[in-house]
Ligand binder design. Structure first.
Ligand code: NI
Length: 136
């Protein structure tokens, strides 16, 4: 039986959406307010879904403590109260859109999980805007 286990998490972070190879006007046209050179913040909400077989001995798909610790080390400690553009190496050359943040979170977490698990990441940038990534 394959069951999906989910955990919610939260982080606050600042970002700016822009491309270095575009001039200010082009960035303003495409990214609007998100191109503010002084950055702006979001309260990101994260849902991590891990799907796998129920372990016969423990009855768990994954120990929630293990999942919690991976989210803490890979997401919360790495992103919370950070400026994503400046302080998080993954976004030095990558625009920190919700889409790209979800992919980065997926890749970081996937590398820490047993490969038997399917992983899905849902990232809310605002209560109404969210993206989903499950690999590929
Ligand atoms: Ni934004």
């Amino acid at each position: 039986m394959r069951v999906t286990v989910s955990r919610k998490a939260h982080f606050n972070a600042a970002h700016r959406l822009y491309r270095k190879d575009w001039d200010f006007e082009k960035n303003q046209e495409i990214f609007g307010k998100c191109n503010n050179p002084n950055f702006h913040g979001h309260n990101y909400e994260l849902i991590v879904n891990v799907t796998g077989e129920i372990d016969k001995e423990t009855g768990y798909v994954i120990d929630m403590k293990v999942l919690k610790d991976i989210i803490k080390s890979e997401v919360e400690d790495a992103f919370d109260h950070k400026n994503l553009n400046i302080e998080v190496p993954e976004f030095k050359e990558l625009n920190p859109t919700a889409e790209n943040i979800a992919v980065v979170i997926y890749d970081k977490m996937k590398s820490k999980l047993n490969s038997n698990f399917e992983l899905e990441v849902v990232l809310y940038e605002t209560p109404r805007n969210f993206v989903t990534y499950k690999g590929n």
